[in-house]
Design a protein around this ligand. Structure first.
Ligand SMILES: NC(=O)c1ccc[n+]([C@@H]2O[C@H](COP(=O)([O-])OP(=O)(O)OC[C@H]3O[C@@H](n4cnc5c(N)ncnc54)[C@H](O)[C@@H]3O)[C@@H](O)[C@H]2O)c1
Length: 363
């Protein structure tokens, strides 16, 4: 039985508490929220669990084996570092941290203490995303030209991070998974209306090798909830609509081809193909439960999770560079990837920097 402590019982924490509590292999021992009102509410819902407003009390190693951190983003690094140093397996909600150097430090700390560092990129545990990945990997769509994602809603508005940090980690984690690699560079523009220090709406474009791009549009200032991702390939196109209850993915046998017989005036002729549309069957379970299953497998059986610290770092590298671009008039910012340590190489915190790759210079 894995004894779990959960820090943060705001909007998202109660979902984690419920799913961990429902797992036969876990026991939620304590819950912490520094807001007494929220703590009281959650303790009434889970009366068998110890409640505290002091995170240090949760991190006491003798009481628990693993900690789940569902507090605001800017607190993740401090809490996760203390948890790993206390010898606890650590589940951190997305995004892992707000700086890639902090992520690298947590990875090194987890490795040094032989503990699991897990990041809550929940969409990578969704059956729809797994199906989309299967379709892309099978080559059915052909060569991927670009992936475009939209994540809009009215709220919840954050005070600690902008819409890019809050919402784009979801789309970024999915796009990185589908592309199977990190982008070379990123640019981002956006505007802050409600609080001039915090962007409410952001548009990010990731430049991948081989002339591929990933586009992410996020906003918490939009009248309708929308979560749509489009994958455009050389043969077919796919649309993943997470709000759609049944047909979450549709494959369009649609495309545009340059005709072989270009006109004598040197103009290209294009032919448009409008073929069948089908929706593959998806056995959708609750992604959060699948995510927690993966964490348990890592803690109890040593299985490497797909959303480990490195996966969390790759997403933070992109968002961090996009945030730099956002504050710097939307120019291209190169992604300077942190790489795993190679033996006998001088490094910082157990990691080293990849040589700088300039946009357009290939992989
Ligand atoms: N995976 C997802 O789909 C998803 C969805 C929503 C939020 N999240 C992530 O979950 C995290 C929390 O988001 P939220 O929406 O629940 O935020 P929230 O502000 O609603 O809740 C955070 C809670 O943490 C508490 N808290 C802050 N610092 C604390 C500390 N040191 N000790 C104890 N309690 C502390 C606050 O009192 C608050 O109740 C964020 O990282 C967010 O990005 C993930």
């Amino acid at each position: 039985m894995i004894r779990v402590g959960i820090i943060g019982a705001g909007y998202w924490g109660p979902n984690l508490i419920r799913c961990f509590q429902e797992s036969a292999e876990c026991e939620v021992v304590c819950i912490c929220d520094r807001d007494e009102k929220k703590l009281k509410q959650i303790c009434e819902r889970f009366p068998q669990v110890i409640g505290t407003t002091d995170d240090a009390e949760v991190l006491r190693r003798d009481r628990i084996d693993a900690v789940v951190i569902a507090t605001p983003t800017k607190t993740h690094y401090r809490l996760a570092k203390r948890a790993l140093e206390a010898g606890l397996h650590t589940f951190v909600e997305k995004p892992l941290c707000t700086r890639s150097e902090e992520c690298a430090d947590l990875i090194a700390c987890a490795e040094a203490n032989d503990r699991v560092l897990f990041v809550g990129h929940v969409f990578l545990y969704s059956a729809a995303v797994a199906k989309l990945k299967e379709v892309v990997s099978s080559g059915e769509l052909g060569e991927i030209y670009y992936i475009s994602s939209t994540r809009l809603n009215l709220g919840p508005v954050r005070h600690d991070v902008n819409a890019l940090w809050d919402l784009a980690p979801h789309d970024t984690s999915i796009i990185l998974d589908l592309m199977g690699r990190s982008p070379i560079s990123v640019c981002c523009s956006g505007l802050a209306y409600l609080d001039r220090r915090i962007h409410d709406v952001c548009n990010m474009t990731m430049q991948f090798p081989d002339n591929r791009i990933g586009i992410v549009h996020v906003s918490w200032l939009d009248p309708r909830k929308r979560r749509v991702m489009t994958v455009v390939g050389s043969k077919k196109m796919a649309v993943y609509d997470d709000i759609e209850p049944i047909e979450k993915i549709r494959i369009y046998d649609t495309g545009v081809h340059a005709a072989t017989d270009a006109s004598s005036f040197g103009e290209f002729l294009y032919s448009y193909r409008y073929g069948d549309i089908y929706s593959p069957r998806i056995n959708e379970g609750e992604p959060l439960k699948a995510e927690i299953r993966s964490f348990i497998d890592a803690v109890a059986h040593g299985k490497k999770p797909k959303t480990d610290g490195w996966n969390g770092l790759r997403v933070v590298e992109v968002i961090e560079a996009a945030d730099k671009s956002l504050r710097d008039s939307g120019g291209h910012v190169p992604i300077h990837r942190i790489m795993p340590r190679r033996p006998s190489t001088a490094d910082i915190n157990g990691v080293e920097r990849e040589p700088l790759i300039v946009a357009g210079a290939g992989n």
